[in-house]
Design a protein around this ligand. Structure first.
Ligand code: ADP
Length: 546
C-alpha cells in the first residue's frame, strides 16, 4: 500500500484546548457554582487554571492511565478537570451522583480511582462510602477555603487551595491518540454498570461529528448551555465541540433542575442553543407558561436521551419560535448516533407529515454506520416500516467494556444497541422500543414507545409507560400505566378512546392502571424492569381484551 505523506498528528483533546486558547482566548465561559451565583472568565483564563491543575495532579503523583473520579455538576471547575486530567494522560472518570450508593461504590472500586474531585453537596454521600473505597488516596472538594465543609474525608482539601501557587505553565505530553481520556459507566438497569472507556481519538472525532452543519452546527457566534450533565456521557460532547468552535459556554452548575434559574441564565447570557432530556424541556415549558414568559434568546434545542414528545416540538415552535432537533445516542456511542435535521424540500411537507419526520430520532451523521436486522440477523430494508434490532459501528462506538475480556461487538464488528428501530428511505431512524421492552402480541411486535408517546400527548397525562402482560391467547397484551397531571382525572374508557385512530386498533392497550409515580433510573429513564415487577401479579379484567 502506498502511504500518504501527511503528518501523523495524534488526535488528542489537548489540541482542542490549545486551539481554543490561541484562537478564542477572550470568549467567555460562564458558570453557576455552589459558591458563586455567576462565575465568569475566558477560555484563556480556563486553560491557565487547567495547567495549574495539571501541575497539582503531577504533584499528587498521578501517572498516565490513572483513573481520577469527578462527582460534579456542570461548571468551570469540572471543565478544567476534563482537560487537565485527560491531557496529562490520566483518565477522567465522571460519576453520576444520582446513582445508588452501592453502584457508586462498585464503579469507584472497579475503576480503581486514585482521587475523587467532588462538589461540596456530595461530601456527606462520600463520607458514608469512604471506608469502602480503598483505592482512593485523597478527596478534593470543588470550592474555595472559605466554603470548605468540615469533613472526615481522607486528605480533604479545597480545589482552590490545591491550585493556589501552582505555575500556569505545563508541558502537555504527546501520546498515542488511542489512549483513554475518559470513562463513564452505564447506569445498568440490569446487572452491574459497565464502563465505556473513551479514547482521545474517538472524542476528537465525535466532537468534529457533532459540530457538523446538519448536526449541532456550533459556531463561534453561538452561546451554548448544556443542561445535560457533564457526569453522564460528557454532556453529549458539548465540552469538546464548543471549545473546538469557540462558542460561548454557559454551565448551570447545581441549577440544572431549576427552570426559573435556567430561563434567567439563558436570557441574561444570550444562550441560543441548549441540550437536554425531555423532562428538562417539559419543566421549562411549563414554567414559561405559568409565569407568562417566553424564551427570547433561545433559537435551537437538542432533545435526546428519551423519545421527544410532540408537545415539546410544537410548543417551542408556536410559542417561543425555537426549533427543536430530536437526537439519539447512548453511553456506548460517546454518545451521539443520529440527529434530526430536515433534508431538501421537507419544510414543504404538510404539517402532520412534517411533525412525523421531526419526531423520528434523526438521521446518521458521518462517523456512525447503522443497520437494522431481524431475529436471524438478516438485514432489513430502509422502508420506514420494517423494524428490527439496531446495530451500529464507527470510530466512537465501544468495542469492549472496561476490564471485560469479552468483545462488545459481533463477529462483523457491529455493536447491538439494544434498541429496536425502523429507518426511512431518506435515512431517518425511529426507535420503536428497547429490545427487552418489546411487546409481542399474536406473533407481532407492538411498539411500547409509540403507545407511551400517544398517551403523553393527552393534555391530562403527565407520564406514561406501557408494558407487556402475559395473555393466554395473544402471548402478551399491552397495559398502560399512567400518572395524571396534578388535580386531573380521566376514566379508563376515555383514556383508551384517546388511542382510537392514532394507533393500529390491535395496538390499543387492554387496560389502564393509574399510579402516583413511575420508577426511574438514575438518569431519569423509565425503569421498566421495576414496573414489570410491580405488575407481576396483574391480570387483565375479564372482557377487556381487544
Ligand atoms: P444509560 O447508559 O444510563 O442507560 P444512555 O444515555 O446510554 O443511558 O441510554 C441510551 C438509551 O437511551 C438508548 O439506547 C435508547 O434506548 C434511549 N434513548 C436515547 N435517546 C433516545 C431518543 N431520542 N428516543 C428514544 N430513546 C432514546
Amino acid at each position: 500500500m502506498l502511504q500518504g505523506l501527511m503528518m501523523d498528528t495524534p488526535l488528542l483533546i489537548t489540541r482542542i484546548m490549545r486551539f481554543a486558547d490561541i484562537n478564542h482566548a477572550g470568549r467567555e465561559i460562564v458558570s453557576v457554582t455552589a459558591d458563586s451565583p455567576r462565575h465568569r472568565y475566558t477560555y484563556a483564563d480556563a486553560f491557565v487554571r487547567t495547567r495549574q491543575l495539571a501541575n497539582a495532579l503531577a504533584g499528587l503523583g498521578m501517572r498516565e492511565g490513572d483513573r481520577i473520579a469527578t462527582l460534579a455538576w456542570n461548571d468551570h471547575r469540572h471543565l478544567e478537570l476534563y482537560y487537565a486530567i485527560s491531557c496529562s494522560g490520566s483518565v477522567c472518570h465522571t460519576i453520576n451522583p444520582r446513582l445508588f450508593t452501592e453502584q457508586i461504590e462498585y464503579i469507584v472500586n472497579h475503576a480503581e480511582d486514585r482521587l475523587v474531585f467532588t462538589d461540596p453537596m456530595f461530601v456527606p454521600l462520600l463520607e458514608e462510602l469512604a471506608d469502602k473505597l480503598p483505592t482512593v488516596e485523597a478527596y478534593i472538594v470543588l470550592t474555595d477555603a472559605e466554603h470548605m465543609p468540615d469533613t472526615s474525608l481522607k486528605g480533604a482539601v479545597s480545589y482552590e487551595e490545591l491550585l493556589a501557587g501552582e505555575p500556569g505553565e505545563f508541558d502537555w505530553p504527546e501520546f498515542d491518540e488511542n489512549a483513554a481520556c475518559s470513562l463513564c459507566y452505564t447506569s445498568g438497569t440490569t446487572g452491574n454498570p459497565k464502563g465505556a472507556l473513551f479514547s482521545h481519538r474517538a472524542t476528537v472525532l465525535h466532537a468534529y461529528g457533532i459540530c457538523l452543519p446538519d448536526v449541532m452546527s456550533f459556531s463561534e457566534r453561538n452561546c451554548v448551555l448544556p443542561v445535560v450533565p457533564m457526569f453522564h456521557v460528557n454532556a453529549w460532547g458539548a465540552p469538546y465541540g464548543v471549545p473546538m468552535t469557540g462558542a460561548k459556554l454557559v454551565l448551570p452548575g447545581p441549577k440544572m433542575g431549576d427552570s426559573e434559574a435556567l430561563h434567567e441564565l439563558m436570557e441574561s447570557e444570550n444562550v441560543d442553543y441548549s441540550l437536554g432530556v425531555p423532562t428538562v424541556w417539559l419543566n421549562l415549558l411549563a414554567y414559561l407558561e405559568e409565569s407568562g414568559q417566553t424564551a427570547n434568546s433561545l433559537q435551537r434545542v437538542c432533545v435526546g436521551g428519551a423519545a421527544c414528545p410532540a408537545s415539546i416540538i410544537e410548543t417551542f415552535d408556536t410559542k417561543h419560535d425555537v426549533y427543536v432537533h430530536h437526537a439519539w445516542g447512548m453511553t456506548e456511542m460517546s454518545p451521539v448516533g443520529v440527529y434530526n435535521s430536515l433534508k431538501t424540500g421537507m419544510e414543504a411537507l404538510p404539517a402532520d407529515e412534517l411533525l412525523q419526520v421531526r419526531l423520528r430520532q434523526g438521521r446518521g451523521l458521518f462517523g456512525v454506520e447503522m443497520k437494522i436486522v431481524d431475529d436471524n440477523g438478516q438485514e432489513l430494508p430502509w422502508d420506514g416500516v420494517s423494524f428490527g434490532a439496531l446495530k451500529v459501528r464507527g470510530p466512537w462506538v465501544v468495542s469492549a467494556y472496561y476490564k471485560d475480556d469479552r468483545p462488545a461487538v459481533d463477529a462483523d464488528g457491529w455493536f447491538d444497541t439494544g434498541d429496536v428501530a425502523n429507518i426511512t428511505p431518506e435515512g431517518f431512524m425511529q426507535i420503536t422500543d428497547r429490545t427487552k421492552d418489546v411487546i409481542k402480541s399474536g406473533g407481532e411486535w407492538i411498539s411500547s414507545i409509540e403507545l407511551e408517546n400517544t398517551a403523553v400527548n393527552h393534555p391530562k397525562v403527565a407520564e406514561a409507560a406501557v408494558i407487556g402482560i402475559a395473555h393466554p391467547k395473544w402471548t402478551e397484551r399491552p397495559l398502560l400505566v399512567v400518572v395524571m397531571r396534578p388535580g386531573e382525572t380521566i376514566s379508563r374508557e376515555d383514556m383508551l378512546a384517546w388511542f382510537d385512530g392514532k394507533v393500529a386498533k390491535w395496538w390499543i392497550p387492554d387496560d389502564v392502571a393509574f399510579v402516583d409515580e413511575l420508577p426511574h433510573t438514575a438518569t431519569g429513564k423509565l425503569k421498566k424492569i421495576a414496573l414489570r415487577e410491580q405488575f407481576a401479579d396483574y391480570e387483565f379484567p375479564a372482557g377487556s381484551e381487544s
